[in-house]
Unconditional design. Structure first.
Length: 372
């Protein structure tokens, strides 16, 4: 049975965050159970892009700092790392606040560049992955996911956060393989997590994101921290905290169906009772696909799959979406906005994830609207 701890933490006050993390770790058996003296530890944050902490796009720097201060009680051999969807991690860390925290704590920041092959022994589809060498060679990996909505997977949490261990542009290869198939992409994420599970997940849900996630949704104060070893169990609890059916999250649905063979996940909840932290009226991503059988998706992909809509009035012509598109389905308009090639688009929604100005929204197809 997987133990998941729920702790309350209403604000990003360093000592308070640190206290709640430590309290949660004690319920899991103490930090010494997860990190040995002097071990090489990689702290994998969520650094989707260069965004200010108050936007709730990335792991909050105070949350990172609290985790680092606790980890330093066990080891000084710490590295903070990730591979953003666009631009380098070191450059993005200036905007996210990670750079300042690393300097204050005397901790190294690192990019994921060099890749090594790892196997997935019980793969659903993907028998091996090329992941960051830094991750593969670490004694321990501590993952710090952010609680957010997600245009492709409905929500992003502990499992989706591990996608960042695939260095740089290699991530687009997996979007290309899955194309419009959210189930296929979710199977890849499940295989990846099982191939390189972190030692521990510490989820930042103090300031979460609802709506048009994972980059341009609305910050929403949840005041919650989740702790646990099992990322799949954590994502189940994450969904329940915001009042979402866990099976609406594609990675949860895939794990239940193909790994648990339809069984309910066995989860032991510790800390604050779930019913005391459930958030009413949380606004998720609008998505009908997660409740439609796979055979129906294959028959009506284009009418069921959300499409990106480009809002010219918000567009700053930064061209980040154009350069991020793995199939070159976008180009800048002659005067303003972005021109979208719907036939070339594979509905990976990287453009929507990467847009720094909220100029791209996801809207349902006709059949999705009729079903709703």
């Amino acid at each position: 049975m997987a133990a998941i701890v729920i702790e309350r933490c209403p604000q990003y006050r360093l000592e308070e965050v640190k206290e709640q993390l430590n309290q949660g770790l004690e319920l899991l058996g103490g930090l010494a159970r997860f990190v040995g003296r002097g071990e090489r530890v990689v702290v994998k944050v969520n650094c989707l892009l260069a965004a200010a902490p108050e936007r709730a796009v990335t792991t909050h720097p105070i949350f990172l700092q609290a985790a680092l201060q606790l980890l330093k009680e066990r080891t000084d051999n710490l590295v903070v790392a990730d591979s953003p969807g666009y631009m380098g991690f070191l450059a993005a860390s200036r905007a996210t606040g990670f750079e300042a925290v690393a300097k204050a704590e005397g901790v190294q920041l690192a990019e994921f560049h060099e890749a090594v092959k790892v196997e997935c022994a019980e793969a659903l589809l993907y028998k091996h992955f090329k992941i960051a060498k830094l991750i593969a060679e670490a004694d321990r990996v501590i993952s710090l996911p952010k609680l957010k909505t997600h245009g492709l997977m409905y929500m992003t949490g502990a499992v989706k956060n591990i996608f960042g261990v695939i260095p740089g542009i290699r991530k687009t290869e997996y979007h290309l393989k899955a194309r419009q198939d959210k189930w296929l992409f979710a199977k890849m994420l499940v295989d990846l997590y099982r191939a390189c599970p972190p030692t521990l997940n510490l989820m930042d849900g103090i300031l979460a994101m609802e709506g048009n996630g994972p980059a341009n949704g609305a910050p929403v104060p949840l005041g919650v921290i989740l702790l646990g070893e099992d990322g799949f169990a954590m994502d189940e609890v994450m969904a329940r905290v915001v009042g979402v059916n866990p099976e609406r999250v594609y990675t949860n649905a895939v794990y239940r169906k193909y790994v648990l063979a339809g069984r309910e996940p066995a989860i032991e909840l510790l800390g604050v009772p779930l019913e005391e932290v459930v958030r009413p009226n949380f606004q998720p991503i609008r998505d009908v696909q997660s409740v439609i059988p796979e055979w129906a998706l294959r028959l009506g992909k284009n009418t069921l799959t959300p499409r990106p809509v480009f809002l010219a009035e918000r567009c700053t012509r930064c061209s980040i979406c154009v350069r991020s598109c793995p199939v070159e389905a976008l180009k800048l308009g002659q005067e303003k906005g972005v021109v979208w090639d719907s036939r070339a688009c594979i509905r990976c929604f990287i453009c929507q994830e990467m847009c720094p100005s909220g100029a791209i929204e996801l809207r349902q197809g006709l059949l999705s609207r009729l079903i709703r």
